[in-house]
Design a protein around this ligand. Structure first.
Ligand code: SF4
Length: 427
């Protein structure tokens, strides 16, 4: 900092009052330093202001003059154009010096309150689980210290209302869904569903709506299982995309032609590109072929697939494919909705995510994020970033391709296996 030739400092580390901050960017100005806190959100919120206020407090107490403090966030109107490679308008800077200056006394209080709990062997604060725990990453740990840790079927597994009911019945010492009075569900629109889930756990049995297998059998042939992976780029490198546009770069389609047909992972038809010319059009053209002209298309939480197709087909070099893509969209059936309305197994523990439903299958392909594999959509997105990193070697790229191909195929194969399982329950 004392070297006048240094004009910009990235990720500088500063320590005051046992509080370490890393400032994203410091830019030397004629009258002090410009402090920049970079966020990949589309606007500024109070947490961002508190974040930069702590940095400002530390710098100020170290006698570093901050003449400007800004939060830089993404400009959602920015469109990346690879012709001029210009990111000038990617960010919007919001000047916050005037709003964070008055927070300085508060920051001193925050540090005073929080420092004791950072000390080795310090006592944990005596605070029970409650509304303040929403989204807290330590929830499982805190629960493990209460009665809830040893409950077989926590009330919280109930879709939508579980967490609320768990808290409500905590004081009455009712922790297990099986012990909850049935009258509790009386006023809920999904009363029938909650009673079904509770009943399954009480009797350790599976529930299938009586006409469901027949309904499955009546779907036309061929049938398709379909899954999409997308990437959201904070700093777009795909031409004509905006920050955080969910851009589809992969799909898997499994085709099921007749009831007794067996399907394997290798039968998946796929598209997988990272940032190639005309990639959007190539994606849709191949998809139109792979999904044929008719037959139902099953996708889990299908709104993702429908939105992704709508996004791609609106791009200027894909518009002429609109009719074909609209036809595909009308054939899509959401299996999450289908299963939610017609089926429950205790192994699912209240969840209709594909990864939880497959717990009922003895031979399902399981998911793992270990050893560089792809375990979920978040991992798939990270692989896209790794692949497009200029430092990634060809060997590493090859591995990424294999892992992504395997992951996406698993999703569609597992849907097929769930159908087979349900068929077997109807025999
Ligand atoms: S779950 Fe989080 S917010 Fe709730 S008591 Fe534990 S640490 Fe505090």
């Amino acid at each position: 900092m004392n070297d006048p030739k240094v004009d910009i400092i990235y990720e500088g580390a500063f320590l005051f009052a046992e509080t370490l901050v890393r400032t994203d960017v410091l830019i030397r100005k004629s009258n002090g330093w410009k402090l920049v806190e970079a966020k990949c959100s589309s606007s500024v919120n109070e947490n961002h202001r508190n974040d930069i206020a702590i940095q400002y407090y530390v710098l100020k107490n170290l006698n570093i003059k901050v003449s400007e403090a800004v939060i830089a966030h993404l400009n959602t109107d920015f469109v990346f154009n690879d012709q001029n490679n210009d990111y000038k308008n990617l960010k919007i800077e919001k000047n916050v010096l005037e709003t964070i200056e008055p927070k300085t006394p508060l920051v001193a209080e925050w540090i005073k309150d929080l420092l004791p709990i950072t000390m080795e062997n310090s006592k944990e604060p005596d605070v029970g689980i409650g509304d303040h725990c929403k989204d807290c990453q330590y929830l499982d740990r805190c629960k493990s210290k209460t009665h809830l840790a040893n409950v077989d079927t926590p009330i919280s597994i109930l879709p939508l209302v579980g967490k609320r009911l768990e808290k409500k019945w905590l004081d009455k010492k009712i922790y297990d869904l099986r012990d909850l009075p049935k009258s509790e569900f009386e006023n809920y629109q999904d009363k029938e569903k909650y009673l079904i889930i509770q009943n399954c756990h009480q009797n350790n049995e599976e529930w299938i709506r009586p006409d469901f297998i027949e309904k499955l059998k009546n779907y036309a042939w061929p049938r398709y299982f379909f899954d999409i992976e997308s990437v959201m780029q904070a700093v777009p490198i795909i031409p004509d995309t905006k920050p955080n546009d969910p851009f589809p770069f992969q799909y898997s389609v499994h085709k099921w032609k007749f009831e007794d047909q067996e399907i394997t992972l290798e039968d998946s038809k796929q598209f997988l590109e990272f940032n190639s010319e005309n990639m959007d059009r190539k994606y849709l053209e191949k998809l139109i072929i792979d999904l044929g002209n008719d037959g139902p298309i099953f996708a889990h939480n299908a709104s993702t697939e429908i939105k992704a197709l709508s996004y791609l087909v609106k791009r200027k070099n894909c518009i002429d494919l609109t009719n074909k893509i609209e036809n595909i969209k009308t054939r899509i059936i959401d299996t999450a909705k289908l299963f939610r309305e017609n089926f429950y197994n205790v192994a699912m523990m209240g969840s209709y995510s594909l990864k939880d439903i497959i717990k009922i299958l003895p031979n399902a392909s399981s998911y793992s994020s270990e050893y560089d594999q792809v375990g979920d959509g978040g991992d798939a997105m990270i692989k896209w970033f790794e692949y497009t990193n200029p430092n990634t070697t060809n060997k590493e790229k090859q591995k990424i391709r294999e892992n992504l191909t395997n992951y996406c195929a698993k999703d569609t194969l597992n849907l097929f296996l769930i159908f087979k399982y349900l068929y077997s329950r109807g025999r």
